[in-house]
Ligand binder design. Structure first.
Ligand code: MF3
Ligand code: CO
Length: 272
């Protein structure tokens, strides 16, 4: 298989390892989403994620990444991404983004969900729903022979059609495989039909980040946590996926993406 601009092309065995990693990540996120309740600390969630990943034979890939100190990122309210788990106890109404990853045999998975803790304000629930929907719109736009920015455009259009949300530009999705972050970048905005061609064996992490206000971000004093500059609430969802001749496989979704892609009339494929 040819390569374009340093994009890694995976064979079936490598994609199977990525699927194994993705399943562990998907399970961990499901466990954490169920455990997140008022009074639970983000550090407790982190410990749960690490045990789950290790019990299932995965290796936490955030831990130690450029010195990052935890297994998950837990980003509450105005924190968009890369929040470090700590003793903060979740409160009812918090908007919590949980980002998690692991590797299996050196092949990586990376995914994130945002949940409303207990009872969230309607505008926050809608923020979460629009962000989740935009991820599926982006994944549904990916076709063999299409281009990376078809995904970007679908994410942005989905959000813009649903209201006045900030669509972050400072942080983007990415290629994934033998490393967590690889070429190409996958922005959440822009025109369709640009960027690398989507080919079999490519794997990408799509991760829309949207806010109730500005798209401007700041990095906090811990040098990791990214927060909105205006303090507005934010949401973040992420899946890693690949395209096969029989359809997409969402590597970090427990059902391979079947339910999320079904409304688009797309059946998921199979890793050969
Ligand atoms: N999913 C996150 C991202 O793609 C991964 C964060 S790794 C960390 O940005 F080490 F920075 F936490
Ligand atoms: Co990512």
């Amino acid at each position: 298989m040819f390569r374009q601009r340093g994009i890694e092309i995976k064979n079936a065995a490598q994609l199977s390892s990525m699927r194994a990693a993705g399943l562990i990540v998907g399970e961990a996120l499901q466990l954490l989403a169920e455990a997140a309740a008022p009074g639970v600390t983000t550090k407790e969630l982190d410990a749960m994620a690490e045990s789950h990943i290790r019990d299932r034979g995965g290796v936490p890939n955030f831990l130690g990444y450029h010195g990052y100190p935890a297994t998950i990122c837990a980003s509450v309210n105005d924190r968009v991404v890369h929040g470090i788990p700590d003793d903060y106890a979740l409160g009812s109404g918090d908007v919590l983004s949980i980002d998690c990853g692991c590797s299996v045999d050196g092949w990586h998975g990376d995914a994130a969900v945002t949940i409303g803790v207990d009872d969230v304000a309607p505008e926050c629930q809608r923020l979460i729903d629009v962000c989740a929907g935009s991820l599926w719109a982006g994944l549904a736009a990916a076709r063999l022979g299409g281009r990376v920015s078809d995904i970007s455009h679908a994410v942005e259009s989905y959000v813009r059609a649903r209201g006045e949300y900030g669509v972050l530009e400072d942080y983007v999705g990415h290629g994934i495989g033998s490393a967590m972050h690889m070429a190409p970048s996958v922005p959440n905005y822009g025109p369709a039909g640009k960027g690398p061609t989507l080919v079999q064996g490519m794997a990408l992490a799509v991760e829309p980040m949207i806010t109730l206000g500005t798209i401007d971000t700041i990095v906090l004093g811990d040098e990791w946590t990214v927060a909105t500059a205006d303090g507005s609430r934010s949401a973040h969802f992420e899946h890693s996926f690949t395209l096969t001749p029989t359809g997409p496989v969402v590597l970090t979704a427990l059902d391979g993406g079947a339910a999320g892609l079904e409304p688009y009339g797309i059946s998921i494929g199979r890793i050969a």
